[in-house]
Design a protein around this ligand. Structure first.
Ligand code: ACO
Length: 365
């Protein structure tokens, strides 16, 4: 579990929970501070794929100085050093790797990539070329244990960053999909949104898999997940492909995961307003307290919702937290701020700590 001090006990009483959250979050954002303290307890090596960028270098300096992580930089060394000189960023004896040049690891990484993808249409020539791409090289560093996590995506679209991770690192055992989650820090406390970044139009079964993945991750934060599967329809009030898909997902979840607090399909206001839900749908298993984990029917709806919350709702969006990969790779939003990059590194370090502890526990068995 993420023992970040975020909440050391599972909180079940909603009022007490909200009160505690507000005191935790306040104006100084204690939740994030607790996560930072957790990261500092066991700093990890973070490889930055886009180190020829001022914001990345500034974030690298902050996480190094705050002892959250040891940065490793990928990119053209002369260019990186020039930016650091111009912006007075000092990263001491930081390791810089230019993946466009032959490195001591290029050959082994190329062979590895070719072996993985040779029956998926990749030629040796292509593998050689791809390994010079910083996302492929960085994913290999994580796969081979030469870095603990990869951070990328500031300047590229999401898909081109997540694909190398899927191809090289792959998904955790027992998991069928990776998915993206946002922690939305709002005036009403934290909410978890998913899938906001990966699965474009998941099937009912894929929605089930995404829900299980996200629900587990929320529970790892020692917060009792209360999950609403969202749609534009309430419990069968509308027909149509999307409501039917979400209805089917809820049916499977109720059958297969009877202990999970989950209901739907429902509109977002019913999920978040217990009085409204109780008045209209007293049978709902979500009754009594609002949902804190919102599952969206498509990537489009999830992605739009969190960005609206960010821009109009004044929420701080922490993420996207990429869930389900075997090893930590985290993909920034295009154009993230330095603060968002630092938050993402913090998450990546905690993710690496958790995965490392899980590996040690399974090896000890
Ligand atoms: N979970 C697990 N495995 C997956 C997933 C998934 N969600 N998607 C693809 N894979 C697997 C594939 O099956 C494939 O397996 P293989 O090794 O058997 O070939 C492997 O990963 C590699 O897949 P590719 O074929 O290279 O990639 P694919 O074409 O399936 O694309 C991708 C995957 C890039 C994630 C695609 O689904 C996509 O573009 N999603 C949308 C991403 C996006 O644009 N997000 C926008 C928001 S970003 C933001 O706002 C921060």
């Amino acid at each position: 579990a993420i023992e970040s001090g975020v909440a050391r006990k599972v909180i079940t009483d909603w009022d007490a929970y909200n009160e505690e959250l507000m005191s935790r979050l306040g104006s100084n954002n204690k939740l994030l501070r607790d996560m930072t303290n957790q990261a500092k307890q066991d700093p990890k090596r973070i490889v930055f794929a886009e180190a020829d960028n001022y914001k990345i270098l500034r974030a690298a300096q902050i996480v190094k100085e705050d002892k959250i992580a040891t940065p490793i930089l990928l990119g053209n060394e002369a260019r990186i050093r020039e930016i650091m000189r111009e912006t007075e960023i000092d990263l001491g004896d930081v390791e810089i790797i230019d993946t466009k040049k032959e490195t001591p690891r290029s050959e082994e990484y190329t062979q590895f990539l070719f072996k993985k993808r040779q029956r998926r249409g990749m030629t040796m020539f292509e593998a050689k070329k791809m390994i010079t791409d910083r996302n492929y090289y960085g994913a290999c560093m994580v796969e081979f244990g030469e870095a603990d996590a990869l951070i990328s995506g500031l300047t590229k679209n999401y898909a081109s960053t997540v694909k190398p991770a899927l191809q090289i690192i792959g998904i955790e055992e027992g998991i069928s999909r990776v998915a993206g989650m946002y922690l939305m820090i709002t005036q009403k406390g934290p909410f978890f949104f998913g899938d906001t970044t990966v699965n474009i139009n998941p099937t009912a079964q894929e929605l089930v898999d995404i829900t299980v993945l996200i629900e587990k991750s929320v529970a790892q934060l020692n917060i009792q997940p209360r999950v609403a599967i969202l749609s534009y329809s309430n419990f069968g009030s509308n027909d149509g492909e999307l409501p039917e898909k979400t209805r089917e997902a809820v049916k499977i979840l109720h059958e297969k995961y009877p202990d999970m607090i989950v209901d739907g399909e429902m509109q977002a206001n019913f999920a978040l307003n217990p009085a409204l839900l109780a008045d209209n749908f007293p049978f709902s298993t979500l009754n009594g307290k609002p949902a804190n984990t919102l599952i969206f029917p498509t990537l489009e709806s999830g992605n739009i919702a969190y960005k609206l919350m960010q821009e109009i709702g004044g929420a701080e969006a922490v993420g996207p937290i990429l869930l389900g990969l075997k090893k930590p790779v985290h993909v920034l939003q295009l154009g993230s701020s330095v603060r968002e990059i630092v938050n993402m590194v913090t998450i990546a370090v905690i993710d690496a700590q958790i995965k490392c502890a899980a590996k040690e526990a399974s090896q000890a068995k």
